[in-house]
Design a protein around this ligand. Sequence first.
Ligand code: ZN
Ligand code: ZN
Length: 245
Amino acid sequence: MNMDINILNSLGAALYRRLISTVYPPRCVLCGSPGLNDMDICEHCYHDLPWIESACLQCAIPLANHSGDQLKCGQCLRKAPVFDRSVSLFSYTEEAITLVHRLKFNEKLAYSRLLGSMLADAIDNNNIELPDCILPVPLYKKRLRQRGFNQSLELARPIANRFNIPVDVHSVKRVRDTQSQTGLDKKQRRKNMRAAFEVVEPVSAQHVAVVDDVVTTTSTANELARILKRAGIRRVDVWSIARAV
Ligand SMILES: [Zn+2]
Ligand SMILES: [Zn+2]
């Protein structure tokens, strides 16, 4: 009996959410105020987000000063990563962590729509050359089963729709369940990611954009870029919601 009520409740909640989004204009996912333009965030919360104002063109790490375009960080100048260009929206602060956490564990639809469309805006506003396809960072099958969806794929969808670019979910597989990167130094992280992915189908694209929720270190992006380039792709970009320093 209890179970039936739970099912009814969750059905009711889902139906209610759908009805609300159809009947009412977008509402802020953070505070419930009316949404800015067509987004599920209000003007106040939008401006309060930890936007990265100036960043390294190649790895998107936030840079302190506004020194114009064509800027790379010291790390990329010393030893360039394998990927070519990055776009990231937020510094990895508490607010950004909350948004990404909710994308992964709460209402994935509202959050992927919001975060994906904000990422699409940033790509548009920065005149980023569009790729031939978007490649969400694949999850290992056990993780996918546990979560039920891949948050990177959910983020990629609104971007793909906006620019009319295909999403590639078949060419690359995560073949190893990598341990958490937390607490590992740079060298250990690189080692941890080695052989984590495999290109399992030929990719015809010349230019690919990898989409990830958070770029903590660049080891995941770098490993993906490495195998994609080995498979003949010329340019690999990395698009993410948050960039940890
Ligand atoms: Zn708000
Ligand atoms: Zn950099």
